[in-house]
Design a protein around this ligand. Structure first.
Ligand code: C5P
Length: 404
């Protein structure tokens, strides 16, 4: 039982969904968890500490400035001695406080003081959930590593209102918590360092123009996140992309290939390198310091190109070569021959080959169909989400490292 013996700090904030938290306490206890409840002042308008205490079977914490409670455990101990913190319901107000680091009551103080995993089950009116302020706060919290379950869509407590904002059912919260614990126990890459490159590079022509490509960074970012989830200490070197930084990785933002190479080399030594970036093969030999003017009658300027450093190959042949080096081969023709050649030429252990012909929609899209090329042969992976490709690759890397 994943929750057996776990101490769960349950923060109940002020929303009508608080009544479901009573059932949540029962469900958690049924699974062998110890539940330590913290209630906000708002929560006590909906359900009583008496009911919460009767179900949890222990003390209910409500006050930050309670001499009795502070002597007994203290808010810092409350924050640290739990195996996980669950916020149910998580109100717009409490999430706004968390996103801004406010600590003006026991619940918000515990949340600021904790280093434990936090799972939030939001509950609010759909208009509040979709408000730009809430959207910003949720994005900030997700970036800070807070996990969310729900909200769900459906009827609201307010008559005639429907939309997304209902707290999910207690059993869904329990399942999300179990998933969080089994993920936390599953860290085969703990203690390993990884470097991932992602996105395109921009090679300047002059101060306003550049050479670029259609890479979105989705696959590279997903791989960085997947390696981090398995416990690796990940440095993600990204070219200019419009997607958010993944959580739990060290970001280095660069523009040009030469900057990307420098960032990768300074992140060595590492156990794993996954070079996913669509690095421009060429840069403009000398980019103009001023914007190049169009002069009537003079015709277009000639751009002379210079070859960019090959980052994958540099890492693959480096004195501090990581144990596992993975490259990508985005091709529109003769995929496997090219990938196999790349394996040797670039000093890689794996080449993830994909067909990026425009009709596949892979470049810039969210799905990917890849073939994993190694010295042992070629494996065809089915068409998957880029996140699923990332998870599968991260697992494979972990297995390889365990064997090595
Ligand atoms: O040779 P090609 O560009 O097809 O090789 C693709 C692989 O090499 C990718 O893993 C890409 O990240 C890497 N690469 C690189 N530096 C370059 C060109 C490609 O790291 N200058």
């Amino acid at each position: 039982m994943a929750l057996g013996g776990k101490r769960i700090l349950l923060i109940i904030a002020g929303g009508i969904a608080a009544y479901k938290s009573l059932d949540l306490i029962r469900r958690l206890k049924e699974r062998g968890a110890e539940v330590v409840p913290v209630m906000t002042a708002g929560a006590q308008q909906f359900i009583t500490p008496l009911a919460v205490g009767a179900l949890s079977g222990g003390h209910v914490f409500t006050e930050i400035f309670s001499r009795e409670d502070e002597q007994d455990v203290g808010h810092i101990r409350l924050a640290r001695e739990a195996d996980a913190i669950v916020i149910a319901p998580a109100t717009a107000d409490l999430m706004a406080k968390m996103a801004n680091g406010l600590a003006d009551d026991l619940a918000s103080t515990v949340l600021l003081a904790t280093d434990r995993p936090v799972l939030a089950a939001p509950a609010m009116n759909p208009k509040m959930w979709s408000h730009p302020a809430t959207r910003r706060n949720v994005a900030t919290l997700a970036k800070d590593g807070i996990r969310f379950v729900g909200p769900a869509a459906g009827e609201m407590a307010e008559r005639g209102e429907a939309g997304t904002g209902r707290m999910v059912e207690p059993l869904e919260i329990v399942a999300a918590l179990e998933a969080l614990f089994s993920e936390a126990a599953d860290k085969p890459l703990a203690g390993r360092r990884a470097i991932v490159t992602s996105g395109p590079t921009h090679e300047p022509i002059d101060p306003v123009r550049y050479i670029a490509n259609r890479s979105s960074g989705r696959q590279g970012h997903a791989i960085a996140a997947a390696l981090a989830r398995l416990g690796a200490d990940v440095t993600l070197v990204s070219g200019p992309v419009s997607i958010p930084d993944p959580t739990g990785v060290t970001m280095v933002h660069v523009e040009r290939a030469e900057e990307m190479l420098a960032a990768v080399l300074s992140a060595l030594p590492a156990d794993i390198a996954v070079m996913v970036a669509a690095v421009a093969d060429w840069r403009v030999a000398t980019s103009a310091e001023e914007k190049i003017k169009k002069t009537p009658g003079e015709g277009p300027p000639t751009l002379s190109l210079a070859e960019n450093p090959d980052i994958l190959s540099t890492v693959g042949h480096h004195a501090e070569r990581p144990r596992i080096v993975v490259g990508f081969a985005a091709e529109t023709q003769t995929l496997i021959e090219n990938a196999t050649r790349k394996l040797e030429r670039k000093g890689a252990d794996f080449i993830v080959a994909n067909d990026v012909s425009p009709e596949t929609g892979i470049m810039g899209g969210t799905r990917n169909e890849v073939r994993l090329v190694s010295r042992d042969g070629v494996e065809d992976w089915p068409d998957m989400d880029k996140d699923a490709v990332a998870d599968k690759l991260a697992r494979r890397i972990a297995e390889m490292l365990a064997k090595a």
